[in-house]
Design a protein around this ligand. Structure first.
Ligand code: AOF
Ligand code: ZN
Length: 395
């Protein structure tokens, strides 16, 4: 649709530490990483991978893993290069796979095509998939990799490098915040904080997740559809999950009109039967234990994980986001900073009651909470007048 976003600059990718590589090597490797990003929304749960083939300082082909089950980046590049691949160097953002999966082994394909040298970025952690680097070396190909750190690899391919805990899906949180730290004007009225460019980016992000989640305050104020409208729709539209403790969502809600992924309503256990009777087949009703802080989010994530949701994007509101952050349930934060002030009666992004508390002034987290550190994944990006900061919870 649009060109893949620029790769992080060298510093952010730690390429200064790629000491075994020349400046030209680094450029080609960064290009491979950048190419891989075109797979967002269509390759998961596979990783995003790009490949650049270079012979005599000339790029002979660029390959991308474009769709789940489709050719890997190396196969895509080799198909374009034909005989030009002989003696070339392959720059790949992931260690070429050793195994025969849905597609043949990339390590063997590179060797068979006469590739002389392979430079790769991230190792493939898979039991069968990994080890392609060693296989290539055994076959007389010069191999340089991995480069970078696990945090960098995870920053680029968050789902692929995620280490799941139980059934819990990978959880990203998106929040648009005013300069004075609000998410909505007084009374929680609907108001777009970010501009159209940021909205497109949010739809692009949605396309890469299995499910989208919003809290009760947010759907009451916004009546969102949670569909992918401003980006190429993914093969499987994301599941749409609404928190609705009392089962209040009406059949006229926008989510029930038109197309979109299935709708899940997460309600308190007592509301299950009446809500199911009222909404019929419009929504799947999930009953959750109700505690003092609202519905049990860990339980919801467990249920969704068992239902096949591997990745989830929470789009607010503030209370839900604060709960996920404070209870250590969020892995990534997409923070859009919008250039406006909402004033003293704004709805705060992080309501005080839900943020982790210091106890005894010693910095211990509130029960279940954690003062987790967050690491910026890439330099801040601008979308129109808004700034996106992407942060991962440190390992
Ligand atoms: C590569 N290059 O472009 C990708 C790789 O079932 P398959 O054949 O599609 O294999 C999927 C696995 O292969 C995936 O889990 C990951 O380990 C690796 N992905 N490897 O050499 C690529 N996408
Ligand atoms: Zn492969």
């Amino acid at each position: 649709m649009t060109a893949p976003r620029e790769a992080p600059d060298g510093h952010e990718l730690g390429s200064a530490e790629w000491t075994d590589l020349s400046a030209a090597d680094r450029d080609h490797l960064r290009r491979a990483i950048r190419l891989g990003r075109e797979g967002w929304g269509s390759v998961h749960p596979n990783p995003m991978v790009g490949c650049v083939l270079v012979r005599n300082d000339t790029v002979v082909a660029e390959g991308i893993h474009r769709s789940f089950g489709g050719p890997h980046a190396e196969a895509d590049a080799l198909a374009q290069a034909g005989g030009e691949a002989k003696g070339a160097t392959a720059y790949v953002s992931l260690e070429p796979c050793r195994h025969q999966g849905k597609t043949p082994s990339c390590a063997l394909a590179l060797h068979a095509a006469g590739i002389a040298r392979v430079v790769y970025w991230a190792p493939d952690p898979g039991q069968e998939e990994g080890g392609g680097g060693r296989l290539l070396e055994k076959n007389g190909v010069r191999v340089q990799g991995p480069h970078g750190s696990e945090e960098e690899w995870r920053g680029e391919n968050p789902f692929f490098f995620h280490r799941p805990q139980g059934n819990r899906p990978y959880v990203a949180v998106k929040l648009a915040v005013s300069l004075d730290g609000g998410i909505a004007p007084a009374g929680g009225r609907r108001q777009w904080l970010t501009g159209p460019e940021a909205q497109v980016e949010v739809h692009r992000l949605r396309a890469g997740f299995d499910a989208i989640l919003v809290g009760a305050g947010t759907w009451r104020a916004d009546d969102p559809k949670l569909t992918v409208r401003e980006w190429d729709p993914p093969a499987v539209p994301p599941l749409r999950v609404f928190i609705d403790p009392r089962g209040d969502m009406g059949a006229t809600a926008a989510a029930f009109q038109g197309d979109g992924g299935p709708v899940v309503l997460a309600v308190g256990e007592p509301a299950v039967d009446p809500t199911a009777a009222r909404l019929g087949s419009r929504a799947e009703i999930v009953g959750l234990p109700v505690g003092p802080g609202g519905l049990d989010m860990a339980c919801l994530l467990d249920v969704l994980g068992r239902r096949g949701v591997r990745t989830l994007l929470c789009e607010g509101g503030g209370r839900l986001v604060a709960t996920l952050l404070a209870s250590g349930l969020a892995d990534r934060l997409y923070l859009f900073q919008a250039p406006l002030l909402l004033g003293p009666r704004r709805v705060p992004a992080f309501p005080a009651s839900d943020t982790p508390r210091e106890e005894n002034g010693e910095g211990t987290a509130a029960p279940g909470g954690s003062f987790s550190r967050w690491r910026r994944v890439r330099p801040p990006e601008t979308f129109g007048s808004d700034i996106l900061i992407t942060l991962d919870r440190s390992l």
